[in-house]
Design a protein around this ligand. Structure first.
Ligand code: CUA
Length: 173
């Protein structure tokens, strides 16, 4: 869903930029008195600039409301299942791989060798949670499984020749 929105938005902006470039190219040979045009577009630029700053402020306030992002996603009082996810080139050592729908899980992610990326994908292969697996650090990832199916953990950071082999499967019933 997010990917679809992202690429449609990108496409719209690419078309808009294309239209602006085309318009400029088509009008570039026209001879006109320059001063009124400069005045007019300085005004447009000012309005555009102010609108952009206002939009950025609104978007910033709106998106920062959720900080910090890595808060547990389950309600207070719920005891999560603690799952250790330890990496060793090139496999995941996950302490529990079978869950039930509605289970709240806290993954504790670390690695014994180099940095890896912990990416949790839902049954539709959409990324639903991710963090880095770092040596000597434990990063926590919280998730509630609300759909049955096979979830996959893939490595999201190139870590050596066996990087592509780093796939673990979780079953949610
Ligand atoms: Cu581990 Cu890439």
């Amino acid at each position: 869903m997010i990917q679809t929105v992202a690429w449609i938005t990108s496409l719209i902006f690419m078309v808009l930029i294309g239209i602006v470039f085309g318009w400029v190219a088509l009008n570039s040979t026209k001879k006109e008195d320059y001063q009124p045009i400069i005045k007019k577009w300085y005004k447009v630029r000012k309005v555009y600039g102010i609108a952009l700053v206002a939009l950025m402020v609104i978007v910033t306030i709106y998106t920062l409301r959720d900080l910090p992002y890595n808060e547990p996603v389950y309600s207070a009082g719920v005891e999560p299942i603690i799952v250790d996810a330890e990496v060793l080139q090139f496999s995941w050592n996950i302490s529990q791989t079978e869950f039930e729908v509605g289970d709240s899980v806290e993954f504790r992610v670390t690695t014994a060798d180099v940095t890896h990326g912990f990416g949790l994908y839902d049954p539709d292969m959409e990324l639903i949670a991710q963090t880095q697996a770092m040596p000597e650090y434990t990063n926590n990832v919280y998730i509630t499984f609300d759909e049955p199916g096979s979830y996959e953990i893939l490595c999201l950071e190139y870590c050596g020749l066996g990087h592509h082999l780093m796939i673990a499967t979780l079953e949610v019933k």
